[in-house]
Ligand binder design. Structure first.
Ligand code: 3H9
Length: 698
């Protein structure tokens, strides 16, 4: 068997003789066999040669490495397209007079699935996954995928797949006709399948010619838009994907492809897709720690302890149990422990009821969590995460105790959201094993994990926790020690300005609406009410010196007692602005000598977002964050900053740094306050005509 190299990433070889002779085109373009130009060229050349070779009766397209083609090469999006087009390779497959079989393992995503749908047949191994995730990049499948997928799966399934971007597995693909056969030995299975097709003389159906599944009631689209409306608010790509599927059912194939191309171009040239592509790489970069050798040893984490079964401790315990890691959760008394475990149980029951996991899986996960009131149970854990009350003295005491109980080598992590991890480390004999793991609430749901590197944290511990984060399905970013780390430190600046705006005459409802309209899930006051107005409030020291203190003193606790910045309906939990609160704010402003006025929405937006950008630049300058993109990853995953604007650093670049700098200066002069002191790094990058997203820290 002779193998011919067609391009640097594609080879052609032949298997068997006579009618059993099959050409095998193999793509080997690590890491994910993306459709770089040499891959497109290789497919085109391989198809042309195999089609012209009279001895070949069928063709198999297969990939080496860990996956089938995972899509277009996203790194090529920012430069001029290089020939050949993907379409040329696809036409060569689809119009081939010999059977073409795509052999799929790993993931057939985006352009990868679009190529596979140009084969006449698809075989896969049992673990393969199929999806069109372009929507996550702010795009739509631009290589005929929007027209071919509905022809295979029917429009309803295609709507789900294309607007969520979530892949389906082999079994489902087989059921809906996307795959013809599931085989165990992929290469051999695909070759045998190709021979069978030849022997049986099966017709070579092109998906583009199929119309059998396209008749649908137009209400499908109206209903679907309603269904995804809230989830996709602000995003352009989901709606454009829906429009393409509408085109598939109402237009001939070539017209549908023209619609797809037109809408693809609109998305591709817009800022949303640029932001989402930037985010794709930002998330992957965030997991990498500069200066940490790839082969840094990692400690095995097979069993974990969590101290505290409150909201955070419970969610953290679930995050470990969800991936099969046994957890011992310890509370100081039986009553708190029982309450915490009841919440965990009801969370799992709710998931089982919703169908996101089976009842058996819910039970299995719950069984991995062992409740106890005895801290000495931590003696055999590989890592302990403390999630006790946010009080530095208490945490230092806890770290001292844990140090005595935990075995040598065990990692000791704090879930603090703003306290000094170095001081906690100093309370132990193993400062190198102490690290911060700042989970976001609800910890079993939120993806972000700020991994806080202390002054003395060992590389081995950092490497272990970064890897563990991915294992528990979190998106980690490594940050340094400072008050509030990256996320909460920036959030505090926004809050200072929001509270000032209240006194000047903006209402909680106006401020929240502006932030909501920008794309956040909720504004600062709705968030306070959700978290509990009294978090961090101390009745014994409260002196009516802020609006929040006054509201807390008057018994307002937020959503939990139905009254906070808003009032809440007892049944529906729907919020309504409360004139009493507006009056309280007005009276307080008068007592402080602040004159109220009409504040415009534009001013609200600028005064809330610009301090975030300014503080982010300071954080970068101090080396608390490694890269600007890490800050964006924190804000998108921890605070709901809309990913289609790329996060605060990317957004500032799209606004234009000279304008950002000028506005920060102007507000600083007018309003004063440390949070308006212009970051020298921001000023420098703006003056140099650079981009904040590319700036790095100290
Ligand atoms: C498309 O296809 C458009 C078409 O419809 C129209 C065309 C006209 N390109 O995620 P990982 C890199 S749009 C370039 O850590 P995993 C990634 O940056 C595309 N690079 O691995 C990383 O690099 P590094 C539609 C890519 O095993 C490395 O590969 N397709 C691409 O956890 C490993 O990635 C998608 O959106 C790419 N397409 O997950 C699929 N993909 O090591 C996007 C990955 O230097 N990809 N890289 O940091 C994924 O979802 C995941 O990467 C995948 C593997 C599931 C494949």
């Amino acid at each position: 068997m002779r193998m011919t190299a067609l391009t640097e990433s594609v080879t052609l070889e032949h298997e068997g003789e006579g009618p059993a002779r099959v050409a095998v085109i193999t793509i080997d373009n690590p890491p994910v066999n993306a459709l770089s130009h040499h891959v497109r060229q290789g497919i085109l050349d391989g198809m042309t040669q195999a089609a012209a070779d009279e001895s070949v009766t069928a063709i198999v397209l297969i990939c080496a490495g860990r996956t089938f083609i995972a899509g277009a090469d996203i790194t090529e999006f920012s430069s001029a397209p290089k020939p050949p087009s993907l379409q040329a390779a696809q036409v060569a497959m689809e119009d081939c007079v010999k059977p073409v079989v795509a052999a799929i393992h790993g993931t057939a995503l985006g352009g990868g699935l679009e190529v596979a749908m140009c084969a006449h047949f698809r075989v896969a191994d049992a673990g393969a996954r199929f999806g069109l995730p372009e929507v996550k990049l702010g795009l739509l499948p631009g290589a005929g995928g929007t027209q071919r997928l509905p022809r295979v799966t029917g429009p309803a399934k295609a709507l789900e797949m294309m607007t969520s971007g979530e892949p389906i597995g082999s079994a489902e693909a087989l059921e809906c006709g996307l795959v013809d056969e599931v085989v165990s030995d992929l290469r051999q299975g695909a070759i045998e399948f190709a021979r069978k097709v030849v022997a049986e003389g099966r017709p070579l159906t092109r998906i583009r010619d199929r119309n059998d599944k396209l008749s649908v009631d137009p209400s499908l689209f109206t209903d679907f838009r309603k269904k995804i409306g809230a989830k996709t608010r602000g995003f352009l790509a989901p709606e454009y994907n829906v429009q393409c599927i509408e085109a598939a059912v109402s237009q001939p194939f070539d017209e549908g492809v023209a619609t797809e191309r037109r809408l693809f171009e609109v998305l591709m040239s817009g800022t949303q897709s640029k932001a989402q592509q930037y985010y794709f790489f930002a998330e992957r970069e965030a997991a990498k720690v500069p200066g940490l050798a790839k082969d840094t040893p990692k400690r095995p984490i097979e069993k974990v302890g969590v101290l505290g079964a409150g909201t955070m401790g419970g969610g953290i315990s679930m995050s470990f149990a969800n991936v099969g890691i046994p957890v011992t959760v310890v509370e100081r008394d039986q009553e708190s422990l029982d309450r915490g475990m009841a919440v965990i149980r009801s969370n799992y029951e709710r998931s089982a009821k919703r169908g996101s996991i089976s009842a058996a899986e819910a039970e299995a996960r719950l069984a991995l969590i062992t409740p106890s009131v005895d801290q000495s149970e931590f003696s055999d854990v590989d890592m302990v995460v403390e999630a006790v009350f946010e009080d530095l003295d208490l945490k230092k005491q806890v770290f001292g105790e844990l140090d005595r109980i935990c075995k040598p080598g065990a990692i000791m992590a704090s879930n603090t959201s703003f306290l000094d991890v170095d001081q906690m480390a100093a309370a132990t004999q193993r400062p190198g094993s102490v690290i911060g793991t700042h989970f976001f609430s609800p910890a079993n749901v939120m993806k972000l994990l700020e991994v806080v590197r202390g002054d003395r944290t060992d590389d081995e511990v950092i490497a272990t926790v970064m890897t563990l984060s991915k294992r528990i399905n979190k998106i980690p970013t490594l940050v340094g020690v400072c008050d509030g780390f990256v996320g909460n430190r920036m959030l505090s600046q926004r809050r200072i300005e929001a509270d000032r705006l209240l006194l000047e005459g903006a209402t909680p409802a106006q401020i929240d609406q502006v932030i909501y309209d920008f794309g956040f899930p909720m504004g600062p006051y709705a968030m306070s009410d959700l978290a509990g107005l009294d978090i961090g409030w101390n009745a014994s020291t409260s002196s009516g010196s802020t609006v929040r203190e006054i509201l807390c003193e008057s018994g307002r606790r937020g959503q939990k007692n139905g009254r906070g910045y808003y009032v809440y309906d007892a049944e529906t939990r729907a919020s309504t602005p409360d004139p009493e609160v507006v009056e309280t704010i007005r009276a307080f402003a008068a007592s402080q000598g602040v004159a109220q006025r009409t504040v415009t929405d534009d001013e609200v937006l600028e005064r809330l977002l610009l301090p975030i950008v300014n503080e982010g630049a300071k954080i970068l300058e101090e080396g608390i964050a490694t890269r600007a993109s890490d800050i964006d990853v924190v804000w998108i995953n921890g605070y709901g900053w809309p990913v289609y604007t790329g996060g605060p650093m990317f957004w500032a670049d799209t606004v234009g740094l000279p304008e950002v700098v000028a506005k920060i200066r102007a507000y600083g002069e007018r309003l004063g306050g440390r949070h308006w002191d212009l970051s020298p790094l921001l000023e420098r990058v703006a003056t140099d005509g650079g981009k904040l997203q590319a700036a790095t820290g100290a």
